[in-house]
Design a binder for this molecule. Structure first.
Ligand code: SF4
Ligand code: SF4
Length: 117
């Protein structure tokens, strides 16, 4: 540091103020209400149009028909998803939404393929 004395006014200015950091992971981090976490899928609203698949920039979502009925399931490649929420915006039936969930790390990459029905 070229001029270490310059930091002294900053130190005095911050004395007595609450900490700006949180003790994560020992305390649960509170995310904003518009946080873009893991996507959740509501099968009863899905019509299988695949607009979400078409618009996903990471090719991270796959919609498949289950059996003969008009029932669909979604598989998310959480190792590719960039949590942009384009799929949420593209879905005409509000079958996709963001959740506040962000603790998704895994040792095994295969566990990052998540199917929701
Ligand atoms: S959040 Fe973005 S990257 Fe992830 S599945 Fe949706 S569109 Fe694809
Ligand atoms: S855009 Fe919505 S309704 Fe269409 S396939 Fe995807 S989740 Fe289903």
């Amino acid at each position: 540091m070229k001029h270490p004395g310059k930091i002294i006014p900053e130190i005095f200015a911050s004395l007595g103020k609450p900490a700006a950091t949180v003790k994560y992971p020992f305390e649960k981090a509170v995310v904003p209400s518009n946080f873009r976490g893991k996507i959740s899928f509501d099968a009863k609203n899905c019509i299988g149009c695949k607009m979400c698949m078409r618009d996903c920039p990471a090719k991270a979502i796959t919609i498949e028909k289950v059996g003969e009925e008009k029932i669909f399931r979604a598989t998310f490649a959480l190792d590719r998803c960039i949590f942009c929420a384009q799929c949420v915006d593209s879905c005409p039936r509000k079958a996709l939404k963001n959740t506040p969930e962000f603790e998704l790390a895994q040792y095994d990459r295969a566990k990052l393929q998540e199917t929701q029905e």
